[in-house]
Design a binder for this molecule. Structure first.
Ligand code: ADP
Ligand code: ADP
Ligand code: MG
Length: 480
């Protein structure tokens, strides 16, 4: 494998290219009009414009990307996450065109891409699942009956859903039908597939996921867990590894369950098995993501492994050399997704111009970044700017380091989730480890953040004023 094309943009494109470069493999970037000066374009050995800014005219054009790859004699394609990464047809087409797909086989992508097909696949493997209806709702009355049996509140979910989209909580029987109809129409619009199903709504769950890695020689490893319970809109903002609550026994049990899920679909390469963990330490299979995950860096840090390097080696047909019993957890890592969103305004996207953009540096700090000062944040894509990761021997130290790194991360021109990250890291519930996916709903209070914000702004203004007066004195004294 001499040349890899990365069919993605932003931080993840750069992240993948870094490992390729380290392994002596040449890299090709693709980009849209909005990204013509983006860092991932500059980072690559070669870069090719593939279309206009909207992703359906660029990053989602599988055929175009394959054509570019072939013309440049590319050996393999890495899809990153999002975009075409979970598109089974694209994966298949890459291989049909004589190139290597750095990811699972298309059959596994297809099965796990549908939450219903996934449940069906793991049925025979004794994996605990959330109570509910494991087939698409076709008969409203029958579905309502299941919902009553399961007990309200229930969750109506889109089978094809992803990115926290396509979910509706139903509190009681009376609103069942209207919510179901809304869910179907949302799912049809967002995913082109209106299949929805019912799950019991677990009241206070933690989102715990297991990283797995499978090679083509029959080896499947679990690389421990990531805790991803700090979410807004059912989407992760802060992740960490290891989880503050898993015992070694539970870790092993969940790890082995994840390996079974991988077996159920003849899995290859990197994947993540997501579970909900309830207050009584019961865990339930949610879904499997058949790609490298946004939050993979925390796993890399605590295992001291390069997951992209492993992905590439597996794609080349190599066997993993490390064994499950050799794997160890080193220290603690926390990741904050730095989104261009306004945490004071319901986390709405805050795109604009990066007037100031300076990253924190230092021991125990890793930033996977896709932007630089002076750039505009395109409105066309996911508004994540970077991932700020801190790590240390203990959880407490990693949290402290995160608070410091957030204050050293300078962004002006757009709002970001950085102040939210500080709020989380300073919150007693997070620090104690006693929290669940309701953290934002339960504790996050915009007023507290605004007060801190105002106090900091006031303090900054006072310091500026003081400096101004001092400067005035310095200027006026020689003249007087
Ligand atoms: P992770 O589980 O890796 O944290 P997310 O759910 O946050 O993944 O999604 C990762 C990326 O993929 C984001 O850019 C998100 O917008 C995108 N994404 C995930 N699932 C879908 C989907 N079904 N349709 C469109 N985009 C998706
Ligand atoms: P997506 O494909 O959008 O990532 P998931 O099934 O992984 O969908 O769920 C995303 C998040 O939604 C979970 O991390 C959790 O916070 C919440 N969630 C999903 N299913 C349930 C459930 N049955 N009960 C409570 N919360 C749930
Ligand atoms: Mg998920």
């Amino acid at each position: 494998m001499k040349k890899i094309l990365v069919a993605n943009r932003g931080e993840i494109a750069i992240r993948v290219m870094k490992s390729a470069q380290k392994m002596g493999i040449k890299t090709v970037a693709v980009y849209s009009t909005a990204d013509r000066n983006a860092p991932h374009v500059k980072f690559a050995d070669e870069a090719v414009w593939i279309g206009e800014s909207p992703s359906n005219q660029s990053y989602l054009l599988g055929d175009k990307i394959i054509e570019v790859a072939k013309s440049l004699n590319v050996d393999a394609i890495h899809p990153g996450y999002g975009f075409l990464s979970e598109n089974a047809d694209f994966a298949e087409s890459v291989e049909k065109n004589g190139m290597i797909w750095i990811g699972p086989k298309s059959a596994a992508i297809r099965v796990m891409g549908s939450k219903l097909a996934a449940k069906d696949a793991v049925k025979d493997y004794n994996i605990p699942m959330v109570p509910g209806l494991d087939e698409a709702i076709t008969d409203v009355e029958a579905a309502k009956k299941t919902a009553v049996e399961v007990g309200f509140p229930i969750l109506i979910k889109a089978s094809a859903g992803g990115g926290g989209k396509g979910m509706r909580i139903v509190e009681n029987e009376a609103e069942f039908e209207s919510q179901m109809n809304r869910a179907i129409s949302e799912a049809t619009n967002a995913f082109g597939d209106g299949s929805v199903f019912i799950e019991k709504y677990i009241g206070s769950p933690r989102h715990i996921e297991i990283q797995i890695m499978a090679d083509s020689h029959g080896n499947i490893l679990y690389l421990f867990e990531r805790e991803c319970s700090i979410q807004r809109r059912h989407q992760k903002v802060v992740e960490e590894a290891p989880s503050a609550v898993l015992t070694p026994e539970l870790r092993k049990k969940m790890g082995e369950a994840a390996v079974l899920v991988a077996k159920s679909c003849d899995y290859l390469n990197a994947g993540t098995v997501e579970f909900l963990l309830d207050e009584n330490n019961n865990f339930y299979f949610l879904e499997m993501n058949t790609r490298l995950q946004v939050e993979h860096p925390v796993t890399e840090i605590i295992t001291q492994l390069d997951l992209v390097e492993m992905q590439i080696k597996i794609a080349r047909g190599e066997a993993m050399t490390i064994k499950q019993e050799d794997l160890k957890i080193y220290g603690h890592a926390i990741e904050l997704r730095v989104y261009a969103e306004d945490p004071l305004n319901d986390f709405l996207p805050s795109v604009g111009h990066l007037d100031v953009y300076k990253l924190p540096v230092g021991e125990g700090i890793r930033v996977d970044n896709g932007f630089e000062q002076g750039m505009d944040i395109p409105i066309y894509y996911d508004p994540m700017l970077a991932k700020l990761i801190t790590y240390a021997d203990t959880r407490e130290e990693a949290i402290q380091l995160m608070i410091k790194a957030i204050s050293d991360y300078k962004v002006e021109g757009v709002s970001t989730t950085l102040p939210f990250g500080k709020f989380v890291c300073e919150h007693e519930a997070f620090r104690s480890g006693n929290f669940d996916t309701n953290f934002v709903k339960k504790y996050y209070d915009v007023e507290t953040l605004k007060n801190v914000h105002n106090q900091e702004a006031k303090l900054a203004a006072m310091i500026a004023l003081q400096r101004y007066f001092q400067d005035q004195k310095i200027l006026t004294i020689p003249n007087s």
